[in-house]
Design a protein around this ligand. Structure first.
Ligand SMILES: Cc1cc2nc3c(=O)[nH]c(=O)nc-3n(C[C@H](O)[C@H](O)[C@H](O)COP(=O)(O)O)c2cc1C
Length: 236
């Protein structure tokens, strides 16, 4: 079990699916969002939930390493990826983790797992969409099925409020915004944290539907096998 898993005992005998929230955070705001997503998932009966921090100290020469985390992700049914928006992009530390996923990429180990994503930034927009796009493309490359936020937009009319659910109106993934002068005791808004819990709940429920419905065998192949398949289908 990864040493940085905040809930190592959460896979109980009655848990039929495992949801893992993987995040990087510099100042703690993204961590709070990750915790609320995990809390939302944990409330769905039969869901084992893990919270894993991707840490800068596990990156050496630009490459992230933690075999225990990769093993946990391989046995997870859903993985939710999150990081702060830094310079309009995913944080370098999360990016180092994404590049380390080249190993499960070549074995298609995460194919047909469910995925979601979230990001935190200081500006109202702050180009957060670009991070969610990066995470969704990453999940697609891993062969995963992406789950967006299922809530209607808040704070888009004269009676709207900062505490509305989905106040930033983001659907590809979860967005939150925290003021630069406030610490993680003031992360986002009440609405953002509730939206995070609702997103965790949605991901857990869809994972149960996905994992426990009609059986479907994931087909995997190596790059060489893919080339052979292409060659066999070529019209000469
Ligand atoms: C190097 C750097 C780059 C940043 N770039 C952006 C940005 O592009 N857009 C934005 O809105 N906020 C930006 N921010 C603000 C962070 O996204 C914000 O402080 C966020 O809450 C940090 O999350 P954390 O507390 O989980 O580390 C940047 C902050 C730093 C330090």
């Amino acid at each position: 079990m990864p040493v940085n898993d905040a809930h190592p005992g959460d896979d109980g005998p009655t848990d039929t699916v495992t949801v893992t929230v993987v995040y990087h955070s510099v100042h703690g705001h993204t961590r709070v969002l990750a915790e609320h997503i995990a809390d939302g998932a944990r409330l769905v009966p039969g869901t084992g939930v893990h919270l894993v921090e991707i840490r800068a100290e596990d990156v050496t020469a630009g490459r992230w390493h933690d075999a225990a985390v990769l093993a946990l992700l391989e046995r997870s049914d859903a993985v939710v990826f999150g990081c702060p928006t830094l310079m309009g992009s995913a944080s370098a530390v999360l990016k180092a983790f994404m590049e380390a996923a080249f190993t499960p990429f070549v074995s298609q180990a995460w194919k047909d797992k469910l995925a979601g994503g979230f990001t935190m930034s200081a500006s109202q927009s702050g180009d957060k969409l670009s991070v969610l796009e990066q995470l969704a493309v990453f999940a697609a490359q891993m062969g995963m099925q992406w789950i967006g936020v299922g809530d209607m937009p808040g704070n888009n009319w004269s009676g709207g409020h900062r505490d509305d659910i989905n106040r930033l109106g983001s659907w590809l993934g979860l967005m939150s915004q925290s003021h630069t002068d406030l610490d993680h005791a003031h992360t986002g808004s009440r609405g953002d944290l509730i939206t995070a819990e609702r997103y965790g709940d949605r991901i857990a429920r869809l994972t149960h539907r996905w994992a426990n419905a009609a059986p479907y065998e994931t087909s995997r192949m190596t790059e060489l096998e893919a080339r052979a398949l292409s060659a066999s289908l070529r019209v000469s």
